[in-house]
Design a protein around this ligand. Structure first.
Ligand code: NAI
Ligand code: 13P
Length: 342
C-alpha cells in the first residue's frame, strides 16, 4: 500500500500546535503515513534569521508557539509549491483572509487523488453568497476536503491539556484517515458527516466571542456573557438553517458547537482583543498588532463579511447580535448596544 505524504499549509499558533500532533501521529501510524511532514511557513524574519531556519534547527516555532518542541520529522519549507509537491494529504490551517491567495498559488500542483482537511475558522462570504472554505479549496484544487473544528485553544492543546474536537467528513474513508492523523489521548476526535455545520460553527462563534469581549470590557459579568453566548448560538443555528438548510441540530452539541463557543468566549483572542477595544477605544488593527505578536483575529473580519452578506439580502434585522457586533466595531455604535440591541 502506498503511504500518505502529509503537508501542513500554515504555521501560526494553531498551525504549530497541530504540526506537533501530526508529527507525532504519522510516526505512531507508520503503516499509513510517510514519516516526513512538510509544513509550509509564510517566511518572515525572526531576530535576524529566517523563521524556517530557526524552526528546522530548534524544532520549535518561537514566534507563534514558543516553548513547544516538534518531532524531528517536521520540515519547515518557505516555498508553497515545494512544500505541497507530491503530498497526498493536505492540512489547511491559516487565517481565513489568506486562503484565496494560497489556493491560487497551489492550483494545478496537487494530484486529483489527494485529500485535504480545513482547520480554518472563517467563511468565504461575499455579497453574492457564502462559501465554506472546504468547498472553496475543493473547487480550486479539484480534491475532496473535510473540516476540523472544536474547543481548541492552541496553547492549551500544545500543552496536552485534554480537549475534544470535531471532524466533518462526507467520505467515511477520509474521516477514518483524518481520525488517525489527529486523535491522541489528550485530543479526542469525533467524526461526523455534517461538515457544513462544523465549519459554520467555527466561523460564526468568533463573532459571538467579539460580543462577549465587549461585554467583559464593560464589566457586565457572567450572566450577561451567558446571555450573549445563548443568543449567539441561536443566531448561528438560524444562519446555518436559513442559508445552508443541511445543518443538523446535533452538531451544535459537538465540540465544534457549544464547547467552542464557551472556550472562545472565555479564553480566546477575539474575546481578549474585543475587551481591550471596549476598555481603550483603540482601533482593532492597532490592538491586534499590540496584543497578538503577528497572530490574526478572525471574528471582526467575519462580522464584517456576515454584515455584507445579510445586508445584500436585507436580513440584518434577523440577526441582531451579529449586526450589533458589526456596528460597534465598524460604525462606532455605542458599546452598550451589545445588550440594548440584541
Ligand atoms: N490559535 C488558536 O487557538 C486556534 C486557531 N484556529 C483557527 O486556525 C486558523 C489559523 O490560525 P493560527 O494558526 O492560530 O494563525 P495565527 O493567528 O497565529 O496567524 C499567524 C499566521 O498567519 C501567517 N501569515 C501572515 N501573513 C500572511 C500572508 N500574507 N499569507 C499567508 N500567511 C500569512 C503567519 O505566517 C502565521 O503563520 C484560523 O482560522 C483560526 O481561527 C482554530 C483553533 C484554535
Ligand atoms: O478557535 C479558537 C478556540 O477553539 C481560538 O479562538 P480565538 O481565535 O478567539 O483565539
Amino acid at each position: 500500500m502506498t503511504k500518505e505524504r502529509v503537508c501542513v499549509i500554515g504555521s501560526g499558533n494553531w498551525g504549530s500546535a497541530v504540526g506537533k500532533i501530526i508529527g507525532e501521529n504519522v510516526l505512531k501510524h507508520s503503516d499509513l503515513f510517510e514519516p516526513e511532514v512538510r509544513q509550509w511557513v509564510f517566511q518572515e524574519d525572526f531576530k535576524g534569521e529566517k523563521l524556517t531556519d530557526v524552526i528546522n534547527r530548534e524544532r520549535e516555532n518561537p514566534k507563534y508557539l514558543p516553548g513547544i518542541k516538534f518531532t524531528e520529522n517536521i520540515k519547515a519549507i518557505p516555498d508553497l509549491v515545494d512544500a505541497s509537491r507530491g503530498a497526498s494529504v493536505l492540512v489547511f490551517v491559516l487565517p481565513h483572509q489568506f486562503v484565496r491567495g494560497v489556493c491560487e498559488q497551489m492550483k494545478g500542483c496537487i494530484a486529483p487523488s489527494a485529500k485535504a482537511i480545513s482547520l480554518i475558522k472563517g467563511l468565504e462570504i461575499k455579497p453574492e453568497g457564502v462559501t465554506l472554505f472546504s468547498e472553496e479549496i475543493s473547487r480550486k484544487l479539484g480534491i475532496n476536503v473535510a473540516a476540523l473544528s472544536g474547543a481548541n485553544i492552541a496553547d492549551e492543546v500544545a500543552l496536552e491539556r485534554f480537549c475534544e474536537t470535531t471532524i466533518g467528513s462526507r467520505s467515511q474513508q477520509d474521516g477514518e484517515l483524518f481520525f488517525k492523523l489527529f486523535n491522541t489521548s489528550y485530543f479526542h476526535v469525533n467524526v461526523i458527516r455534517d461538515y457544513v455545520g462544523v465549519e459554520l460553527c467555527g466561523a460564526l462563534k468568533n463573532v459571538v466571542a467579539v460580543g462577549a469581549g465587549i461585554s467583559d470590557g464593560l464589566g457586565y459579568g457572567s450572566n450577561t456573557k451567558a446571555a450573549i453566548i445563548r443568543l449567539g448560538l441561536m443566531e448561528m443555528r438560524k444562519f446555518g438553517q436559513t442559508f445552508f438548510g443541511t445543518v443538523e441540530d446535533t452538531t451544535f452539541f459537538e465540540s465544534c458547537g457549544v464547547a467552542d463557543l464557551i472556550t472562545t468566549c472565555s479564553g480566546g483572542r477575539n474575546r481578549k482583543v474585543a475587551e481591550a477595544f471596549a476598555k481603550t477605544g483603540k482601533p482593532i488593527d492597532v490592538l491586534e498588532k499590540q496584543m497578538l505578536n503577528g497572530q490574526k483575529l478572525q471574528g471582526t473580519l467575519t462580522a464584517h463579511e456576515v454584515h455584507q452578506f445579510l445586508s445584500a439580502r436585507k436580513l440584518t434585522h434577523e440577526f441582531p447580535l451579529f449586526e450589533t457586533v458589526y456596528r460597534i466595531i465598524y460604525e462606532h455604535a455605542p458599546l452598550e448596544s451589545i445588550v440594548r440591541d440584541i
